[in-house]
Design a protein around this ligand. Structure first.
Ligand code: XIL
Length: 409
C-alpha cells in the first residue's frame, strides 16, 4: 500500500517536475569515475600533487601526464623551484626554464600552483654552503644574498603563484639535541643542509619575518605560508611541543604585522607509527585557523617499511601496509575537510613509480616506500579510493565550503 502510494507520488512528481525527477530518484550520482579534483570542487577544496619534471617530460610517461593533469587542480614543483635548481653560480643568472614549464602545464590544465620553496636549509646551491662554511660569505652578505634570492624568485613568478612556501622547516624537532622545539639554537654553527637552524645560526631568528616581508613586497597577491613536518596534532602544548612552538611563532609573527597568511602541514607519515584521528587533525588545523591564517596539507605521503617479505611480494605483509596508508590519507583528508580554512590537500608525488620515500633514509626505518596513492603501474591503491570516498561522502553540516584567505597587508 505504502509503496504503491510512493510510486504514484513519484510518477506525479516526475510528470509535474521533470527537472527534479533525478533528485527524487533513490540512486544518487555515482562518484566512481569522477576525478579527485571534480569531487573536491564541491567543497571548494583544491587537491594537488608534487610534480617530477623528468617524469612529466618523459615521452614514455603519457599516463603520468594524464593523471597529473586530470586528477589534480593544484600542482607543486617537487624540486625545480628550489634554490639549487635555480642558481648554479654565485651572482650567476637564474634559470627558470624547468619551473616555467610547470607553470605552463598548470595554466593549460587550469591548475593553481603552490610555490615551493624560498627559504630552506636543504637543496641550497653548493657555492652558498661552501661560502658560509669557509667564511668567504659574511653574515651581512648572506642576508643580502637571501633577500635578493627571495625577491628575484617571487618577482619572476609574480601573479602566477597561489601559495608560496616562504620558509620551510625552520623549527627543530623535539628529539634534536639539545632538545628544543626552538628556531634558534646558537651552537654549534650549522652548515647549509645540516639542519633546521642553519639560517637562524647565521642570520638570527629575525630572518623569518624578513623573508615574509621580502616575499610580500615582490608579490602582493600570493598567499605566504610557513611550512613544516610533524605538525599533524598538538601534543602537551608545552615547550617541547613542536606544533605549539609553530603556533606561538605564527601568533607572534601575526602580532608584529608580518604578512604570513598560512601554515602548511607537510603530512609525511609512516604506517609504523601511531595513527592520528581525523578529529585530532581537524582540531590542529582549526587552532591555527583561530590565528587568522589559512592552512593546507602540502606534502602528504604515507610510507611503510619495505621488509624482505614486502619486497618478495608477500601479501600478508603488503596488505596491512596499504590499509594503514589509506587510513592515514583518509584521516588527514577528513580532518582538512572538516576545517574550513584548510584550502588544499597536496600529495607528494601521486605514484610509487616516482616517490621520494623509495630512496630516502628515514632514521632507523631502513628501506621504505609504498607511500603514494597509485602504485608503480599507475593503478589506484586503497589510499586513492579512500580519498575519493571521503570527498564523495562529505557534506554539511560537518563539512562545509572553504573560507577563502586574503593576503595580509
Ligand atoms: C624532497 C624531494 O621529493 C626529493 O626528490 C628530493 O631529493 C629531496 O626533497 N620536505 C620538503 C620537500 O619540503 O621539498 C622534500 O622533497 C621532502 C621533505
Amino acid at each position: 500500500m505504502l509503496s504503491r502510494r510512493l510510486i504514484v507520488a513519484g510518477v506525479v512528481a516526475a510528470v509535474l517536475l521533470p527537472s527534479l525527477s533525478a533528485s527524487a530518484s533513490h540512486t544518487p550520482p555515482n562518484p566512481a569515475g569522477e576525478t579527485l579534483r571534480a569531487l573536491a570542487q564541491r567543497h571548494g577544496l583544491y587537491v594537488g600533487t608534487a610534480v617530477n619534471m623528468d617524469a612529466l617530460q618523459d615521452p614514455a610517461e603519457s599516463r603520468y601526464r594524464e593523471l597529473a593533469s586530470t586528477e589534480f587542480n593544484t600542482v607543486t614543483a617537487e624540486n625545480v623551484m628550489k634554490w639549487e635548481a635555480l642558481q648554479k653560480e654565485k651572482n650567476g643568472p637564474y634559470d627558470f626554464t624547468e619551473a616555467d614549464k610547470l607553470i605552463d602545464f598548470a595554466r593549460k590544465n587550469r591548475q593553481k600552483v603552490r610555490g615551493h620553496v624560498l627559504v630552506w636549509h636543504n637543496q641550497v646551491p653548493e657555492w652558498l654552503g661552501k661560502g658560509v662554511k669557509d667564511g668567504s660569505i659574511s653574515k651581512t652578505e648572506l642576508r643580502a644574498i637571501l633577500e635578493r634570492h627571495v625577491k628575484t624568485v617571487v618577482s619572476h613568478f609574480r601573479g602566477k603563484i597561489w601559495q608560496w612556501d616562504v620558509v620551510n622547516e625552520a623549527v627543530t624537532d623535539p628529539w634534536d639535541s639539545p632538545p628544543s622545539g626552538i628556531t634558534y639554537r646558537p651552537t654549534p654553527a650549522a652548515g647549509a643542509g645540516d639542519n633546521q637552524v642553519f639560517w637562524a645560526d647565521h642570520l638570527g631568528p629575525g630572518y623569518i619575518a624578513d623573508a615574509f616581508r621580502w616575499a610580500r613586497s615582490a608579490d602582493p597577491q600570493a598567499l605566504l605560508f610557513y611550512n613544516d613536518y610533524n605538525l599533524e596534532a598538538f601534543g602537551d602544548e608545552g615547550p617541547m611541543d613542536k606544533v605549539q612552538f609553530v603556533y606561538n611563532m605564527t601568533k607572534n609573527l601575526r602580532a608584529q604585522g608580518v604578512p604570513i597568511d598560512g601554515v602548511g602541514s607537510q603530512g609525511h607519515l609512516s604506517t609504523q607509527y601511531g595513527n592520528y584521528s581525523a578529529f585530532q587533525i581537524r582540531d590542529a588545523l582549526d587552532k591555527f585557523a583561530g590565528l587568522g591564517v589559512a592552512t593546507a596539507y602540502t606534502e602528504v605521503d604515507v610510507r611503510s617499511q619495505r621488509t624482505p617479505a614486502v619486497e618478495a611480494g608477500d601479501t600478508k605483509e603488503i596488505n596491512p601496509r596499504l590499509q594503514g596508508s589509506a587510513f592515514n590519507y583518509s584521516a588527514l583528508l577528513q580532518g582538512c575537510l572538516m576545517s574550513r580554512k584548510c584550502l588544499s590537500f597536496t600529495v607528494w608525488g601521486f605514484t610509487d613509480r616516482y616517490q621520494w620515500t623509495n630512496d630516502w633514509e628515514f632514521g632507523g626505518e631502513g628501506r621504505t616506500g609504498l607511500a603514494a596513492i597509485y602504485d608503480t603501474n599507475y593503478n589506484p591503491k586503497h589510499a586513492y579510493q579512500s580519498m575519493r570516498a571521503d570527498l564523495a561522502t562529505a557534506g554539511a553540516p560537518y563539512v562545509q565550503p572553504r573560507i577563502p584567505q586574503k593576503p595580509k597587508r
